[in-house]
Write a protein that binds this ligand. Structure first.
Ligand SMILES: Cc1cc2nc3c(=O)[nH]c(=O)nc-3n(C[C@H](O)[C@H](O)[C@H](O)COP(=O)(O)OP(=O)(O)OC[C@H]3O[C@@H](n4cnc5c(N)ncnc54)[C@H](O)[C@@H]3O)c2cc1C
Length: 320
């Protein structure tokens, strides 16, 4: 659910470099440093904690338990992607197996979400398939649901094939994400309608080529609406609405009233959390996607790039 692998973003190391990459004017950066001194660099992790639930499974589970108190369930994601070394992929797959066991042993209401390139797709299709099978088998045994995130368009076929295999084998204990910005999704969604398991519809986070993807926001929104309408009409197992957009959530509400199809709303940790609680209070299932792990810097940077208010909000909290 993150940025494109074709345009990797630079990794900031201090708050100063972070702010300049985020194009905050130099005089503002200088003003901040004069006001709080260089100790602000030690504050970057706390600022990021709006969006990332610490660096360990224990901190993620603590955040999850707190989130559950508002009737919001969680989708736990260990940060990491684009590994080209099999041992890195195997190590994160091990971490997911152990996370599923921890989740099953806790009172937390939640599930896990994995990225194909994190568990071996950047090494080989076989590495991905083997690690995914291991995670899905162990998690299913433990009673934990597994989501598969969707990455850029070069990974769509292999990801959907893997989902299909495990959806049938586990009788629906897996879910997959599909992206409204890809033109092919209007065909993919028909294939998915006949399978068990859940499907999360998102707008798409990757910078895809214009030949295969909608580039204008209004066109992506239109595709999102069309796909939602199709899913509410044809998906008996329900629809997962992965969006912060109030217009899409309202449209899902209308489609639910019309078709009666069950649905859930999924949003990211740190984004519209008031809305997450309000929607849960209405009786709709709400899931918060909760990333954790030591690779938080890149993820946090992407959240800030997509919405400057995220950084300004966090900075205001620190400065006041
Ligand atoms: C649970 C989840 C899982 C995801 N998984 C994937 C994945 O596997 N693959 C993938 O490609 N992408 C994934 N994404 C990212 C997704 O593709 C979008 O890039 C991202 O969700 C932004 O699109 P949006 O639908 O939220 O609406 P946008 O078009 O970004 O925003 C629409 C409106 O939503 C509101 N809004 C948005 N952000 C904020 C904010 N921070 N604060 C207040 N209001 C806000 C505003 O009113 C805004 O105008 C995931 C997203 C979520 C929520």
């Amino acid at each position: 659910m993150d940025g494109s692998r074709r345009t990797p973003a630079p990794t900031p190391r201090t708050l100063g470099s972070f702010l300049s990459i985020a194009r905050v004017p130099k005089r503002v950066v200088g003003w901040i440093y004069r006001r709080v001194g260089s100790r602000i660099d030690r504050m970057l992790p706390p600022i990021a904690s709006n969006f990332v639930a610490g660096t360990t499974p224990a901190t993620a589970l603590d955040h999850a338990a707190e989130t559950n108190r508002d009737d919001v369930a969680v989708i736990l994601n260990l940060l990491g992607e684009h590994y080209h070394d099999r041992s890195d992929a195997d190590s994160d797959a091990d971490a997911y197996v152990s996370l599923a066991a921890d989740l099953a042993a806790s009172d937390v209401e939640g599930c896990i979400s994995v990225k194909p390139s994190q568990i071996g797709l950047g090494v080989s299709d076989d590495a991905f398939r083997e690690n995914l099978a291991r995670i899905v088998d162990e998690a299913t045994e433990a009673g934990v649901f597994v989501w598969i995130d969707m990455e850029d368009h070069e990974t769509t076929d292999v990801t959907l094939d893997a989902f299909e295999r495990h959806a049938i084998e586990t009788n629906g204990n897996v879910g997959v994400c599909i992206q409204a910005n890809l033109e092919r999704t209007s065909e993919d969604v028909k294939r998915l309608a006949d399978l068990p398991g859940k499907v999360r519809l998102v707008k798409g986070a990757y910078d895809e080529p214009a030949e295969i993807a909608y580039k204008e926001k209004s066109r992506v929104d239109e595709a999102y609406r069309d796909l939602l309408a199709y899913m509410f009409e044809h998906f008996e197992d329900g629809v997962a609405v992965g969006s912060h957009d109030p217009a899409m959530i309202e449209y899902a509400r209308e489609l639910h009233a019309e078709h009666g199809t069950p649905y859930e709303v999924q949003m990211l940790m740190g984004v519209r959390e008031d809305a997450q609680r309000d929607i849960a209070r209405e009786g709709v299932d709400v899931y918060q996607y909760v990333p954790y792990g030591s690779k938080w810097m890149q993820y946090f940077y992407r959240r800030v790039r997509e919405r400057k208010e995220n950084l300004l909000f966090a900075l205001r909290a620190v400065l006041t």
